[in-house]
Design a protein around this ligand. Structure first.
Ligand SMILES: *[C@@H]1O[C@H](CO)[C@@H](O)[C@H](O)[C@H]1NC(C)=O
Ligand SMILES: *[C@@H]1O[C@H](CO)[C@@H](O)[C@H](O)[C@H]1NC(C)=O
Ligand SMILES: *[C@@H]1O[C@H](CO)[C@@H](O)[C@H](O)[C@H]1NC(C)=O
Ligand SMILES: *[C@@H]1O[C@H](CO)[C@@H](O)[C@H](O)[C@H]1NC(C)=O
Ligand SMILES: *[C@@H]1O[C@H](CO)[C@@H](O)[C@H](O)[C@H]1NC(C)=O
Length: 538
């Protein structure tokens, strides 16, 4: 559905005049329903009866009006992984910015997709809902006259991969609440289906785009297709150098687009997804089905890398921006010379795991995040004291033991900062920053030092929103803080973010201009200490 209402209708009820850009309307009903992805009955979270939820198809500049009805017995929120809410962190759908939709209630998200062409996904952000579904693909297409650097594919498929548990989300959450760690997953799903459940139809000789997102809870996954190569074309809104791979590591929270040509004898072929860096390797398969297929899948399931870190690191370094490909506006992606800009601040973030009061917690720079009763962004807007303190997380690892706090880091609007993720643990990490894309300028084993900067890629690093950090390694990013608001920086390991491995970055300006930040939406739900406030001065 695409309605071009233009300037005739003002979305005054939402307080934002979003101009002449097209609107797309979605009415979503979130319910529980039975699903059987691994053969046992489970209570899944469905959107309009679907698991996974429906895809969102959009074009840059579209306004998405998504009215979400919560028919669960628990508060609920959706967040938009990688889709930047410019000047509008209120719509981000995490508890630091947005009040939960109460059971039986509804909330209309007003999003404008801007300046991003590519593949993203949405997911339920509260509790452990993500373990029950409620996620789906988001694709943002370019406007008609802005070319993408490859021919239109014959088909375009969303491929949501992720680890999965037979336990329901309330059981998993209860285990974490009681102080335990998350157990190992039971299996892997492709588009909500177990072994050989998902299939993708192709015609011989034609080329297809697969938009692969890892929507799982913790495991890095390797993706490959029997006898077929994949040409990488896009990563989280950046068109990449078109490099060909026989398999691709997709870390939790990440999205990739590949082109696959059906250039093999007409047959069915295995699509294989397996866990990386785990002692027990979980594997699942889907099917690439030629329309004139002469036979079912056969032969051994193709193997992939398992524990090799160097293989993955080398692949990560090979993923780079195609500087001459166009961006969302008619200028090439390489026209922003990030390598020429001096950073003004270095933030060094180190993750840790440990116990607090006899319970498992996870931390960044020793602080394990605890959510206050009031979204930070609303406390900021209504100037409600006592909800958070800026400076409650340090710019450097403190080396001390883990403690609980509502960690908020203040940064200045329009500065250009370097963030280094130091991972001294022997697990792989994945970090995501809401509201932004950042340049992944470097990653390597060992301890980051200022000398590590000598090996940064200051020319064609990929710009994305989720980056992995290898075991006992570091990853460095550059980010232009051009989006005012309260933005969640988190581990994408869902148990880790749930147990504190996250904080909020308050990108701050003294300006109160609408050019810099929108006011709280008129329909904003109010909760905690913000209850009963007026969303607009009367
Ligand atoms: C959502 O679905 C449930 C179950 O089918 C139904 O009872 C309810 O009326 C629906 N709500 C809306 C707003 O459509
Ligand atoms: C989760 O499973 C437990 C039993 O293990 C059951 O008591 C509970 O009702 C289930 N909850 C949901 C939301 O499915
Ligand atoms: C809830 O849905 C109704 C339409 O059914 C809409 O008018 C209202 O604005 C929605 N509430 C919020 C908070 O967005
Ligand atoms: C980069 O994009 C340009 C412009 O679309 C295209 O012609 C070129 O083949 C691409 N280069 C690579 C290496 O992907
Ligand atoms: C960056 O810093 C260097 C060294 O301090 C200085 O020479 C250079 O002019 C600065 N570049 C910009 C663009 O500010």
């Amino acid at each position: 559905m695409r309605l071009n209402i233009g300037a005739v209708v003002c979305f005054c009820v939402f307080g934002i005049a979003v101009g002449e850009d097209p609107y797309r309307f979605f009415n979503w009903n979130v319910t529980y329903g039975d699903i059987y992805p691994l053969g046992v009955r489970q209570q899944g979270i469905l959107i309009n009866g679907q698991f996974p939820g429906p895809d969102i198809h959009s074009v840059t500049n579209d306004n998405l009006i998504i009215n979400v009805f919560n028919s669960l017995d628990q508060p609920f929120l959706l967040s938009w992984n990688g889709v930047q809410q410019r000047r509008n962190s209120y719509e981000d759908g995490v508890f630091g910015t947005t009040c939960p939709i109460p059971p039986g209630g509804n909330f209309t998200y007003i999003l404008q997709v801007k300046d991003q062409i590519g593949s993203f996904y949405y997911f339920p952000s509260l509790g452990f809902h993500k373990a029950a579904g409620g996620f789906g693909g988001i694709r943002i297409l370019s406007r008609p006259r802005i070319p993408v650097p490859f021919d239109d594919p014959a088909g375009d498929y969303t491929v949501l991969i992720g680890d999965w548990y037979k336990s329901n989300h309330t059981d998993l959450q209860a285990q974490l609440d009681s102080g335990r760690k998350l157990p190992f997953a039971d299996g892997i799903l492709i588009n909500g289906r177990g072994p050989n459940g998902a299939s993708f139809n192709v015609e011989q000789g034609k080329t297809y785009r697969l938009r692969i997102s890892n929507v799982g809870l913790e495991n890095s996954l390797n993706f490959r297709i029997q006898n077929h190569k994949m040409k990488l074309v896009e990563v989280e809104g950046t068109h990449t150098l078109q490099t060909t791979y026989s398999s691709l590591d997709v870390h939790v929270g990440q999205s990739y687009s590949v082109l696959v040509t059906a250039d093999q004898p007409a047959h069915d072929y295995y699509i294989v997804v397996s866990t990386r860096f785990t002692s027990t390797v979980l594997t699942t398969t889907g099917i690439l089905r030629y329309s004139n297929s002469a036979g079912q899948v056969s032969g051994p399931i193709p193997g992939g890398p398992t524990i090799q870190v160097d293989w993955s690191l080398n692949q990560a370094r090979s993923i780079r921006t195609n500087l001459t490909a166009s961006g969302p506006r008619p200028n090439p992606q390489g026209s922003y010379h990030y390598g020429m800009i001096n950073t003004t601040r270095t933030i060094l973030l180190s993750s840790s795991a440990g116990q607090v009061n006899g319970k498992q917690r996870y931390a960044i720079n020793s602080v394990s995040y605890v959510a206050p009763d009031t979204p930070l962004k609303l406390a900021d807007y209504f100037k409600i004291p006592g909800v958070f303190r800026v400076g409650s997380i340090s710019d450097r690892p403190t080396g001390g033991g883990i403690y609980l706090d509502t960690s908020v880091m203040q940064t200045d609007y329009r500065t250009f900062v370097e963030i280094v993720f130091q991972n001294d643990e022997d697990i792989i990490q994945s970090y995501h920053l809401d509201g932004y894309s950042f340049f992944v300028v470097g990653m390597d084993g060992g301890q980051w030092t200022t000398a590590s900067r000598n090996q940064y890629n200051l020319r064609d690093a990929v710009s994305r929103c989720t980056t992995q950090v290898y075991p006992k390694s570091w990853t460095a990013i550059y980010v232009a803080l051009d989006n005012v608001g309260m933005w969640n920086l988190r581990s994408e390991f869902w148990a880790r973010q749930y147990l504190g491995q996250q904080f909020y970055m308050r990108v701050y300006t003294t300006s109160t201009s609408l050019r810099d930040e929108y006011p709280v939406p008129k329909n904003a739900l109010l909760c905690g200490k913000a209850s009963g406030r007026h969303t607009r001065p009367l």
